[in-house]
Design a protein around this ligand. Sequence first.
Ligand code: UD1
Ligand code: UDP
Length: 370
Amino acid sequence: MNVLSIFGTRPEAIKMAPVIHALQRDKRFVSRVCVTGQHRQMLNDVMNVFSLTANYDLDLMKKDQTLANIVAGTISGLDPILVDFKPDIVLVQGDTASAMAASLAAFFRNVEVGHVEAGLRTGNLKSPWPEEANRRLTAVVASRHYAPTQRAVDALLAEKVPAKAIKLTGNTVIDALGYMVGRVAAPGPDRDALDAEFSWLKPDRRLILVTGHRRESFGEGFRNICLALKDIAARSDVEVVYPVHLNPNVQAPVREILSGVDNVHLIEPLDYRRFVYLMNRCHFALTDSGGIQEEAPAIRKPVLVMRDTSERMEAVDAGVARLVTTDRASIVSSVNELLDDSAVFATMSSGASPFGDGRAAERIIEDLAA
Ligand code: UD1
Ligand code: UDP
């Protein structure tokens, strides 16, 4: 079976790595990888850490690119590759412009589409924007839907996707995380090197790990997030580490408001190995990321989500994540509560991990082969 895995951004690469490794190990498949290059450095970091190589690279990224650029470039760039490789199935992951456009390109060539991480929904096309639409559009043309949770299965059934086309697999991010935690958390040379690299972290302060990049928060929302971080950093018992996403719409307000603020470390995006190391060391995560909402609970770290909505409400319902919006006062009061109320902290670090058991890739492969 010829399988073409297509992705373009950091989170897709992390979540597809376990699937691609499993495909490569299995003689039933001829596996090829196409990257759109929607991201460049941030994608390359993941490719290197997981030893992935691309058979095809559309190399699309432009500074401050438009969604139209990525979608048009992906569809036209993929078409000759589909003709050349003749995949039996194309695998896409999640909700990015690359994933949605790749699924359309495959559909236009009458190639079957498998959607990894299918069925996530907020029900609100404006949040997350444009991802909610990307997921729904992908679902329309996919014929195999790999749902991470029962809630995602139910969302697909509610949209009249046939039950036999849906498989409950868990999220492949838990597979990827398990592999990486094994490398960086246990004593050994990897861990020693990382301890030395991050020796500037102050052991007497609690580490808050921050990320943010959502398009719907650009402008006002991002300014509020940065002002909240400035308020939080005024505490003498915390240290904020913020690997800043390379999007210029993120870089500008973050650098303007937070450069030079004591206790705030603005650093480059980290490769997955380094990021998992810091997640494992942090007191909690403060983020708008989808993937981190899934990962943090799996390593018993509370996660405060700087969004109004989430398509990953399983963690909120389990009491290990909270939606704190992008309102400055709401972020600051939730952070203070988590720092000062040990009962709240204990509940939120209970270890409930609703997104998978680390065997999602295996289930996907078995379904493909069936
Ligand atoms: C994209 C996805 C989003 C996903 C996020 C993960 C869409 C619509 N958005 O958003 O769903 O959650 O990736 O991070 O698909 N840049 C670099 N180097 C990089 C990556 C980005 O310089 O390695 C800069 C470029 O100027 C680029 C800009 O960031 O134009 C925006 O990248 P883009 O992929 O369009 O949007 P993200 O906000 O990263
Ligand atoms: N991540 C990383 N380095 C960083 C920040 C995040 O490797 O500096 C990882 C994180 O562990 C998660 C993924 O990237 O697996 C999330 O990516 P992002 O937040 O960009 O996208 P989203 O998940 O929101 O689509």
